[in-house]
Design a protein around this ligand. Structure first.
Ligand code: PAF
Length: 287
């Protein structure tokens, strides 16, 4: 496995592979790997000849007062895990290279970034779209694999690739979960033992929503109220949003008709967690 830090070297390496006719598949990450990341890497391996994984905690997607400084990092462990699933290249650039002095260019996807997390984290998706566009230009993949736990991010990146005519297939993978149902996230390490039951209220509430849907409930507001009540009963919880939206536009819906996602963001103590459920899909959460 190759470790590359310089942008120019990554570009040269990608050009070399592409000239050989190899398909580069790419997994952008901020590191501190868990099983969710590894499942994205395995999918990338299935879809391409060369798997490139980037590890970069991108400062432009964190707002003031968010967890940029304390975001967990463990490069040595990440290296071992990436190697164990057959990653070919880790690209791990410095901020000095990614955002040099006088850096002034940002990618702003409109509409879908204004809702859900975009409303509570202004500038977040501008940072995400910008770094992904930059990474795509550096790594030049044919395929890029994202986790659907960050459902809105997946929608934003898919739209950016389409609108800017990027010749990259964007793949979304199901959320990896702990046996308890908790959606895997690098941020789960912030959770205190006493907050765990409250954290589980997110995936359990999705299970409740699935049950209501399977029983024929289609009124979005009724599902949201039940969930709201359930989550609020747990200590340390502060709901940011619970919304039922169209999976493409992320516009809120009144009735569940077309493909629809229930998306939620809840603060558990000082940790902000997100999760979602696309109605009609399986949901591996214990009852
Ligand atoms: O999902 C993430 O880890 C990040 O938002 C991403 C896509 C790597 C961009 O920094």
């Amino acid at each position: 496995m190759q470790i590359i830090e310089a942008i120019e070297e990554m570009q040269r390496t990608s050009t070399f592979f592409r000239r050989q006719g190899k398909v580069i598949s790419f997994v952008p990450t901020m590191g501190y790997f868990h099983e969710g990341h590894l499942s994205l890497m395995r999918e990338a391996k299935r879809r391409g000849d060369i798997v490139v994984v980037s590890i970069y905690v991108n400062p432009t997607q964190f707002g003031a007062g968010e967890d940029f400084e304390k975001y967990p990092r463990d490069f040595e462990r990440d290296k071992t895990l990436a190697e164990s699933v057959g990653v070919d290249v880790i690209f791990s650039p410095s901020t000095k290279e990614m955002y040099p002095e006088h850096y002034q260019t940002y990618v702003n996807v409109e509409g879908v970034t204004e809702k859900l997390c975009g409303a509570s984290r202004p500038g977040h998706f501008r940072g995400v779209a910008t770094i992904c566009a930059k990474l795509f230009n550096i790594v030049r993949p044919r395929v890029a694999v994202f986790g659907k736990k960050d459902f809105q991010q997946y929608v934003v990146i898919k739209l950016m690739a389409q609108d800017l005519n990027m010749d990259i297939e964007i793949i979304g993978m199901q959320t990896a979960r702990e046996a308890s149902g908790l959606a895997m996230s690098s941020r789960n390490i912030y959770l205190k033992a006493c907050e765990m039951e409250s954290a589980l209220s997110l995936s359990r509430s999705l299970k409740m929503a699935k049950k209501l849907y399977d029983q024929g409930q289609r009124i979005a507001g009724d599902i949201v109220s039940e969930i709201e009540e359930f989550i609020s009963k747990h200590p340390y919880t502060e709901i940011d949003y619970i919304k039922i939206c169209d999976t493409q536009t992320l516009e809120g819906v009144t009735f569940i008709e077309k493909e629809t996602v229930l998306a939620l963001a809840v603060r558990i103590g000082s940790t902000r967690l997100i999760d979602n459920y696309v109605f009609g899909e399986e949901l591996p959460v214990p009852a």
